[in-house]
Design a protein around this ligand. Sequence first.
Ligand code: RAM
Length: 343
Amino acid sequence: MTATLIAGCGGTTKGSDAASGGDEKASEGSANPDAPLKEGLKIALLPKEIDNPYMTVMDKGGTDAVTELKGTGKAVGPSDAQASSQVSYINTLIQQGQDAIVIAANDPNAVAPALKEAMSKDIAVVTLDSDAAKDARQVFVNQASSEEIGRSQVKLIADQIGGAGKIAILSATPNATNQNTWIEFMQDELKKPEYSKIELLPTVYGDDDDQKSFQEAQALLQKNPDLKGIISPTTVGIAAAARYLSSSPYKGKVKLTGLGTPNQMRQFVKDGTVTEFALWDPGELGYLAAYAAAALASGQITGAEGEKFKAGKLGERTIGKDGEVILGPPTTFNSDNIDDYDF
Ligand code: RAM
């Protein structure tokens, strides 16, 4: 293991930090934009949960980028998206002496102590998809503006239900940073006068578990037979809710939108269960985050606002406020374009 690290890192190993002053944080020190990208970097992706098709595509984008960068990439993670399910994985990655950890956090705080421990050992920490506490990572690669994602979900459902009626949100886990941020913007958007005829019911949680999401969708309709629409801002939730609706009397009558992968949603668009929903390319998200991790681990950037790094096929990217890098605007999918996408 050590041999791989030394062979790949052009001489600078984590071991040398002990000699130069101990537990200096990876986020400290100044950036050197001209530093060469290190070869042989060990970069690990830690998704919310492994059995989630979205996360699988994201991980593949990340490990492909690491291969392009001549490093060693891998994806490891828990089988459920509960708050503390990732902590033991972070600890193992620290013990393995990874150069960078790229994590979609299941909970902003539960993972923070372990991620801080990683940074104190000079391991670069990048969050993607779902952020951790800001002081527990150097860079957050966000899929799109959180505000844009949240507000556009409300516009989608409002259009589909004709601007009036009861709606509900079927979310992922109650702790998910990304879903909770989007939901705050949805709630704020709904305060606008044009949505005054829409009533938002209390949010329900499918925990990014297919079965639980299916049951929550079913329960929503049982309790609220007059429900007009569901927003499910999770690929797991929207696919499960679509499956429920497609074989229920509510098919095509109760509108469903949210964030889904085209490959999971195609059949439900074709059979008339779903009209329109949104997402970004999760593979590009993983790819961009892996490049950010390599730039951090090579000393090119530290995560400060205004720093720039090259992200392969995605071009040069600039770090914004609070260490945030944005992939790009989401795509809206419907029957006109869904066959143009394969993820
Ligand atoms: C699920 C996860 C992920 C989210 C997508 C939209 O796969 O909750 O974090 O970004 O949905």
